[in-house]
Structures are given as C-alpha cells and as structure tokens.
Design a protein around this ligand. Structure first.
Ligand code: SAM
Length: 295
C-alpha cells in the first residue's frame, strides 16, 4: 500500500521528536574520526514545502516545529535541531521543513555515507531531485556538494530488503533509521524481523525506529517486543501532546525506540522531554515516557 505521503505530516510533533533524536545520534557518531554510515530505510521526499498543498492541508507543523521557531529558551539539543531547520530557511520565514535525509546530510561529514531508500515512485523522484537542487544551491554558494553517487546514494526500493545487503557496513559504525508509515499493520512485524536479522549481521549498530502510539493493539505491544530483541541496550522515548480524541483519530503520541543508543542520550532526553511537553502540550493528556534497559 503506497498511499502515505509524509508531506501531510511534515514538521508535526512526531517529526520534532524523530529528527531531534536523529541529529543527536549523528552528533555522537561524529565524535570519532572513523567514518560511519547512515541507512534511512524509509526516506520520504527529503524536504517539504510547508506552504505546499500537502503540508498546509492540516497544518500539522503547528503541533511541532511552529511553536519552537521563536523560542529563545530551547535546551541545547532542541536548539541544534531548530537551527538546522532555520538553516534551510535563510529568509527567516518558516517555509521548508527538512526530512530525515536532509537532517542526516547536514550533520554528516565528508567521510560518512548516506544510503536512502524510498519505495514510492513519486517520493523517490522528488527525493533525488531535492538532492540535485541542494547541490546546485551549494555550488552557487561555493559550498561542498552532497557527493551524490558516492557519499549519498538515493534508491527507489524496499528499505527492509535493502538493509540486509548493507550490514555490516565496512567501517563497522552505522545508524539505521527505520521510519515506515504503519498504514499497513504488517510494518510492525517487518520492523521486528528486520531488526532481528540486522542484530545478527551487525550487533553493535545503532538502530532507531519511529512508531506511532495508537489505540491499535499492534502499536501497544510493539515496544515490548523490541525490548526483547536481545540488543545490548535499548531506550524508549514517547511524546504525547494531548489525550486521545474520543473518535480515536489523529496522532497524539509517537515514540522512538533505540537499540544500542549512545550512553549520553538518556540525560539529553531528560532535559528535552519536559520542555517539549511544556511547549507542545495541548491538554492534561500531554506527557512523556523515558525508559531504558540492558540485555
Ligand atoms: N523518514 C522520513 C523523514 O523523517 O523525513 C519520513 C518517511 S515516511 C514516515 C515513510 C515513507 O516510507 C513514505 O515516503 C513511504 O512512501 C515509504 N515507504 C513505504 N514502504 C516502504 C518500504 N518498504 N521501503 C521503502 N520506503 C517505503
């Protein structure tokens, strides 16, 4: 099923959590000189126009990036993320929102590698076009191009399948981001099986899985299943911006489940999550969960 278009949701509270965490994971990997690889199995379009048809339909960015835009009291990790979004909007007006491929490309270094997979024919074409535009823009400004074809590879394909061929990466350092739409409930099972397989091929990799917390039984049981995968350590963080609506529609809570996270991340999130609840929370149902464990 390929009806999902991330543009409708760009910059919402779930994107804030996902992209803020992703940037922190990459900052940590960047502390060592040895190259790392980022594998984004469900890459989306890379950049989204917030005034475009999709994003402006429900204006979901009002639940996420918009309330953070002018804040002057952001905790460091959030300030880092908001600055990255601002760098994509040099006019100062919030017009574009970066997807995970853009976030990764901005934080990665020359020696690192980005492998992007997107199954939707239109989204994958837009993703490739967006990297072409970024390179044209970088060339105009005399800045480093993304290194398409070598440093960055964009492929139309099934990210779950692609992952098998890429692990372990040559440098034995990698972040794998898995961010499926979950409109098809088999995505839950595919995430679990992919991680099981990946942990055999590459047990020391860092794996980050985004997931929605819905009323649906699959999402409730999901994090419990991931805890039992046998990774050396795990961390689970969720953000709720409001109580579930009576009709059960709308995304009120989302989570990031991490296998082998950096040891510094939990302390960072202890600072960031209460702030996010304060600024993005809409009613008494707003809150966060932060838990971790070791095998
Ligand atoms: N990771 C992106 C970001 O943070 O900017 C958003 C990705 S969006 C939630 C999920 C994407 O996965 C959609 O663009 C969808 O077309 C794509 N997709 C669905 N199934 C896929 C699969 N098996 N392999 C690769 N991409 C897939």
């Amino acid at each position: 099923m390929l009806s999902y278009r991330h543009g409708f949701h760009a910059g919402n509270h779930a994107d804030v959590l996902k992209h803020m965490v992703t940037i922190q994971l990459l900052r940590y990997l960047g502390q060592k000189e040895t190259p790392y690889m980022v594998i984004d199995t469900h890459a989306g379009a890379g950049v989204y126009a917030l005034d475009g048809n999709y994003a402006s339909k429900n204006a979901e960015y009002e639940t996420g990036i918009a309330p953070l835009w002018d804040r002057t009291d952001l905790p460091e990790a959030l300030a880092d993320y908001v600055q990255l979004v601002k760098d994509l909007n040099p006019s100062g007006k919030m017009r574009y929102y970066p997807g995970s491929p853009y976030c990764a490309n901005q934080v990665m270094r020359e020696q690192d590698r980005l492998r992007l997979f997107e199954l939707h024919p239109t989204e994958s074409k837009v993703l490739a076009d967006n990297f072409r535009k970024l390179d044209a823009h970088a060339a105009e400004q005399g800045k480093r191009p993304s290194g398409r074809g070598r440093r960055v590879l964009v492929e139309r394909g099934d990210g779950f399948l692609a992952l098998k061929a890429l692990l372990p990466p040559p440098s034995r350092r990698a972040l794998v981001l898995i961010d499926p739409p979950y409109e098809d409930k088999r995505d839950y099972q595919r995430v679990k099986e992919s991680l099981q397989d990946a942990l055999v091929r590459f047990p020391t990799g860092t794996y980050a899985v985004w997931y929605p917390v819905l009323q649906r039984i699959e999402s409730k049981q999901f994090s419990d299943r991931l805890k039992r995968l046998g990774a050396k350590s795990w961390l689970n963080v969720t953000l709720s911006i409001c109580s579930p609506s009576p009709d059960g529609f709308g995304l009120h809570t989302s989570g990031m489940f991490l296998l082998n996270p950096p040891w510094t991340l939990e302390a960072t999130l202890k600072e960031v999550m209460p702030y996010l609840v304060k600024v993005l929370g809409r009613d008494s149902g707003a809150g966060f969960l932060l838990e971790s464990g070791e095998a």
